[in-house]
Design a protein around this ligand. Structure first.
Ligand code: UDP
Length: 157
């Protein structure tokens, strides 16, 4: 747990969670939200959006050179996604642990209680996303949401 250096309070952290197109089309949204709330996360923001190819490519820009990139963009644009900002102590690593490993087939044996084991199909269609570092959490939260003083707003529709 990260603690404040002066007052020792446990610091809360935010991460971006996303239910990918297969998660929404497979009707896993409520089950996934139950797992989120049951694990003690607060859902700070939530929005359902349909990414176009440009947005999906931008979100996964770090994978642009990978052989699976075109297929990944096709998958991520195949239907709407649900983006959420989760908050809790150690939210980034706790959410990564809850979703399980990237390959949902492996998750079913190594992490049978994980969300990817429950809802995912393979190494591409793995149902959910989670930021993997404080830097990517900051980038991915601001990819979807911005704070314009009067409150949080979705960046695009
Ligand atoms: N992906 C894929 N094939 C692979 C590896 C990854 O299609 O061999 C997809 C998968 O949907 C994954 C996403 O690309 O969630 C991002 O990959 P990353 O390695 O960042 O995994 P994650 O952080 O999502 O577990």
């Amino acid at each position: 747990l990260h603690r404040c250096r002066s007052c020792e309070a446990v610091e809360r952290e935010r991460t971006l969670a996303m239910i990918k197109p297969d998660g929404l089309s497979g009707n896993y949204k409520e089950k996934i939200k139950e797992a989120i709330l049951g694990s003690g996360f607060d859902i700070i923001e939530e929005a359902v959006v349909h990414l176009d190819a440009e947005r999906a490519s931008l979100f996964y820009a770090e994978h642009a050179d990978r052989s699976f990139f075109n297929s990944l963009v096709k998958y991520m644009t195949s239907g709407p996604v649900c983006a959420m900002v989760l908050e809790s102590p150690d939210a980034i690593s706790r959410w990564r642990n809850l979703i399980g490993p990237t390959d949902a087939r492996k998750a079913k044996t190594s992490h049978p209680d994980s969300i990817r084991a429950m809802c995912g199909l393979d190494s591409e269609k793995n149902c959910v996303h989670g930021s993997d570092s404080p830097q990517s959490a900051a980038r991915e939260i601001s990819f979807f949401f911005r704070d314009d003083k009067s409150g949080w707003r979705l960046c695009f529709h």
